[in-house]
Design a protein around this ligand. Structure first.
Ligand SMILES: [Fe+2]
Length: 251
């Protein structure tokens, strides 16, 4: 089965739309999202609508902060302001015309979990320790590798750092290359695969990032999108700091 794994959309509608168009061209059967659908970006409701099509959506730390302030005390002020603005946008209020779409999206959000095990695969936002824990380097990975060994899991997909990479127990850190296919996923070696970020990449490549998994083969995809439109929308919303737009151009 061919699946797409994506993460950290961060309310970026233009990036998600471009990624979904790219996915459509590739005969993908299922889409799994590793969380942080919300936060930072200007189109939370539209992105929540599109997320209904995903077979799995995890709870990122920004989604938790939007839903019930979970962990918001750990955010910097720019992220906290964005989360508070996002909550006002997506939270349904009784008596305001009963917005069914918002209500359904809010109910879906309430059911997301920070991680999910499917067979021999672990899907997590940050790590097996929670959606705020970061795995940047091999030195951050032992708790998750130990958890995988305990549960008989060979492959773990994560997001959260917005930096795509592969970490294996034996070979350490392997940076991703766009368009490159990595074979032998799930064959013996325990592997943590960071799928990068759709809506706010932080690896000095502005293009939206996600992965396609086709049996044992993993391919990183980078997709250009209309970044100027997203930045313009961010500039027009007072509660979203201009920095959140400017950083989308980082390269
Ligand atoms: Fe994120």
């Amino acid at each position: 089965m061919k699946i797409a794994v994506l993460s950290d959309i961060h309310s970026n509608l233009e990036a998600l739309t471009a990624v979904l168009e790219d996915i459509q061209k590739q005969d993908v059967q299922e889409i799994y999202c590793l969380g942080d659908v919300l936060g930072y970006g200007p189109n939370p409701n539209e992105v929540m609508d599109l997320a209904r099509e995903f077979q799995l959506t995890l709870l990122g730390n920004h989604d938790g902060a939007v839903y019930d302030n979970e962990g918001i005390e750990h955010f910097n002020w720019i992220a906290a302001m964005a989360a508070n603005w996002t909550r006002k946008e997506v939270e349904p209020h009784s008596g305001d015309g009963a917005d069914e779409a918002k209500l359904e999206n809010w109910n879906r959000l309430s059911q997301w979990e920070p991680m999910e095990i499917m067979g021999r695969v672990l899907f997590a936002h940050g790590s097996c320790e929670g959606n705020r824990e970061y795995i940047f380097q091999p030195k951050d990975a032992p708790p998750t590798f130990q958890f995988m060994a305990l549960k008989g899991i060979s492959t773990c997909f994560i997001g959260h750092t917005h930096i795509p990479c592969i970490i294996t127990e034996e070979d350490g850190y392997i940076p991703q290359k766009a368009g490159e296919t990595y074979p032998k996923i799930g064959y013996g070696k325990r592997m943590i695969i960071n799928v990068g970020s759709v809506g706010q990449p932080r690896d000095r490549d502005w293009r939206a990032c996600y992965v396609i998994v086709d049996g044992p083969e993993l391919t990183y995809r980078r997709v250009e999108y209309d970044v100027d439109t997203t930045i313009k929308k961010i500039y027009e919303i007072d509660s979203l700091n201009n920095f959140l737009g400017d950083r989308l151009r980082e390269r």
